[in-house]
Write a protein that binds this ligand. Structure first.
Ligand code: GTP
Ligand code: MG
Length: 301
């Protein structure tokens, strides 16, 4: 009997996903969960908040924290983002440090110095291995193992999932035994409204260039379900810091905002698994990224 109940006990713990911007942290979280809850884009500084992703199996409940990319922060919004990431480097059971196989030259030394102080096991994930020759991998792994005492070094491709199952097994074994902290079917603790706002921001990120994407914030103002047919009606505001950015986002005769609306609606419908009516507005909040008050209002505090 005792042996049986011991076998039944799951492991449970927190695992942070950290690394430089754009290395594939959020792509990895979505792959782990088999569902998209974190937005991704081929631009640095996509993620701005910590996002919890919960994976429950027969043997463990692993609580993953996706974090913003760690970089030299200039400005208040960026400082908030880096603080979010750094605070996830302590008080957790395992840290996953994600790097980009194709850009190994860019140093992770700053992050490693912080991790070295915290005495938490660090697993190095060399991501985007689809972008390099197989022959380059072993020297790369050797280079990393000389630079830090990693608990493991695992090559992965977050996009197609190669190596991810193997990594999950290894990470599970590093967690302490303990009761589950979330219901078995929970995937995240962030509200649907937040994910919807993020999905709209993702579409802006993917359709715009230069400094515009970094000056965008999205707020869902209303989110209501129609009793008759379950259609969800969403009104959201896209905030920009400058008049010129508003003109770009609205586009000629409203063409850009219509495209963004269609892109976002498709994604939100997939996420909520129902028909959605989406209305987008663009408003200027002058230089909001440097205003403590505006940052607070937009949830960056
Ligand atoms: N080729 C390839 N591309 C990948 C892989 N994983 C992620 N990417 C791409 O890398 C880009 C950045 O991915 P994200 O998941 O947004 O990166 P991130 O580390 O969360 O970025 P920040 O939130 O800005 O810190 C996206 O264009 C992804 O599609 C991979 O395994 N292979
Ligand atoms: Mg991200």
């Amino acid at each position: 009997m005792i042996e049986n109940s011991e076998q039944m006990e799951r492991r449970c713990g927190f695992v942070s996903i950290v690394g430089r911007p754009n290395v594939g942290k959020s792509t990895l979280l979505n792959k782990i969960l088999g569902q998209k809850i974190a937005i991704t884009a081929n631009k640095p500084q996509t993620t701005r908040n910590r996002v919890l992703g919960i994976r429950t199996t027969e043997t463990a409940q692993t609580l993953f924290l996706d974090t913003p990319g760690i970089h030299k922060a200039r400005g208040k919004l960026n400082q908030y983002m880096v603080d979010q990431a750094l605070s996830a480097c302590s008080g957790v059971d395992v840290v996953l440090l994600v790097t980009d196989a194709a850009q190994p030259g860019k140093s992770d030394d700053f992050i490693l110095q912080i991790l070295a102080k915290n005495q938490i096991p660090v697993v190095l994930l060399i991501n985007k291995i689809d972008c390099i020759d197989k022959a380059e991998l072993l020297p790369l792994m050797a280079h990393y193992s000389n630079s830090f005492d990693f608990a493991a070094i695992i090559p992965i491709c977050a996009e197609d999932g190669s190596g991810v199952e193997d990594m999950l097994r290894q990470v599970e074994e590093m967690l302490p035994p303990g009761p589950m902290l979330y219901p078995e079917d929970a995937v995240t603790d962030v509200p649907e409204r937040f994910i919807v706002a993020e999905m709209i921001r993702e579409k802006v990120l993917r359709r715009t260039r230069q400094e515009l994407p970094y000056g965008v914030a999205v707020e869902v103002e209303s989110f209501t379900e129609r009793a008759r047919d379950g259609l969800i009606s969403i009104q959201a505001v896209i905030y920009v810091g400058r008049d010129a950015h508003k003109r770009i986002l609205v586009g000629k005769g409203g063409s850009m905002i219509r495209t963004l609306g269609t892109d976002a609606r498709h994604e939100i419908e997939r996420f909520l698994d129902t028909k959605v009516y989406l209305e987008l507005f663009v408003k200027v909040k002058k230089n909001w990224m440097e205003s403590d008050r505006a940052l607070r209002e937009l949830g960056y505090n």
